[in-house]
Design a protein around this ligand. Structure first.
Ligand SMILES: Nc1ncnc2c1ncn2[C@@H]1O[C@H](COP(=O)(O)OP(=O)(O)OP(=O)(O)O)[C@@H](O)[C@H]1O
Length: 343
């Protein structure tokens, strides 16, 4: 196995706006990278270029030292030792689970002994050994997805590419499958690249998250880091559910702000000739009650374990908070912001 490297990769379909613009990425060996971003931002196109279904218009893709593609040449998908799992897992209905899993090996013409051994190993990895003789029609949605995962494992790929594999499943099953993917990643040791527009899925699964918007890569970092220290307004609004305030933060001030700093900045005018900075405030960092700044409750939405509250600050800016009790719309209360991040 080796590191997957994208070096300034672009893809232009000739539509006027490039689908992917100068994306550079290093995916560490055995890592689990989530490509996250809104619909149409270019995630699938990046994945298809890695798989070999599209050639880059510019830049180059390497697996270790090996050049996979640049505008002049492109190794065909079957010679890249990668496996791709799609939303629809396309199992053969007339074949047993074992034969579905073994199909890619049959095409490669391996010996009977290798064929049997690899199927057993792959089914073990996804904990389906007991169902080897069943037909796909007799499986649940989650079990079918696991068969598709096992099928991509039998060829022992260096890289597993997953394009929104959970998009068609209901919420309960998605959670169960997230657990399966995590385990699958640990047990297989494969490098995985996972396309999703669901940030909580990306947070739960990946070792690194790459956030894309309009064909460009905005930030790559581990989930905890991208949540705590997003770079710029777009990443700040795409990750988590924070509110973004415009505050007159002096350029020299640390990016992480405490209540002392925020209190002084709330309502302060922009410095002479200066610009207002975007400051991200997470709902879990907003305390309701006590001594603080005045805010008016705009709405409170019951979410089961708590209320999600939207508040208007005195200057009209919006803040979000969580609350165990139900704040009534129209009520005035005081808020304290324990921590915020300048984007
Ligand atoms: N074969 C193609 N020809 C022309 N334009 C394309 C082609 N494939 C993708 N595009 C365009 O490139 C852009 C990126 O598409 P892509 O499918 O990579 O986005 P995405 O982030 O995966 O979106 P989604 O989450 O909706 O699947 C879109 O504007 C899309 O319309």
């Amino acid at each position: 196995m080796a590191k997957l490297i994208l070096n300034n990769v672009s893809k232009d379909f000739g539509t006027g706006q490039p689908a992917v613009s100068r994306v550079s990425l290093d995916v560490r060996e055995g890592g689990f990278l989530a490509l996250l971003g809104p619909s149409g931002c270019g995630k699938t196109t990046v994945l298809r270029m890695i798989a070999g279904f599209e050639a880059p218009s510019d830049g180059a893709i390497f697996l270790g030292e090996r050049l996979l593609a640049d505008p002049a040449q492109s190794l065909p998908p079957e010679r890249r030792n990668m496996a791709m799992v799609f939303q629809s897992y396309a199992l053969w209905p007339h074949m047993s689970v074992a034969d579905n899993v073994g199909y890619p090996l049959k095409v490669r013409g391996v010996s009977k002994e290798v064929y049997r051994r690899r199927i057993v190993e792959a089914l073990d990895t996804v904990r389906l050994a007991d169902l080897a003789d069943r037909r796909p029609a007799d499986l649940s949605g989650g079990q079918r997805q696991r068969v598709a995962l096992a099928r991509c494992l039998v060829t022992q790929p260096d890289v597993v590419l997953l394009d929104e594999p959970l998009a068609n499943l209901d919420r309960h099953l998605r959670q169960e499958m997230e657990e399966t993917f995590r385990e699958f990643h640990i047990r297989s040791g494969a490098t995985m690249i996972y396309v999703t527009h669901d940030q909580s899925e990306a947070m739960a699964l990946a070792t690194d998250i790459a956030v894309m918007s309009r064909g460009e890569l905005l930030q790559v970092a581990p989930p905890q880091e991208i949540y705590a220290c997003p770079e710029g307004r777009l990443v700040g609004s795409l990750i988590g559910r924070g509110a973004i305030l415009s505050l007159a933060v002096p350029a020299a001030m640390l990016r992480k702000l405490d209540w002392g700093a925020i209190r002084a900045l709330l309502g302060a005018a922009a410095p002479d000739g200066g610009v207002l900075a975007d400051v991200l405030v997470r709902p879990e960092d907003v305390r309701l009650g006590g001594e603080g700044a005045a805010a008016r409750v705009r709405s409170s939405l019951y979410e089961g374990e708590r209320y999600s509250v939207t508040l208007d600050l005195a200057d009209g800016q919006i803040l979000r908070a969580f609350s165990r009790e139900r704040p009534m719309p129209g009520d005035t209360m005081s808020v304290t912001i324990t921590s915020a991040w300048r984007l």
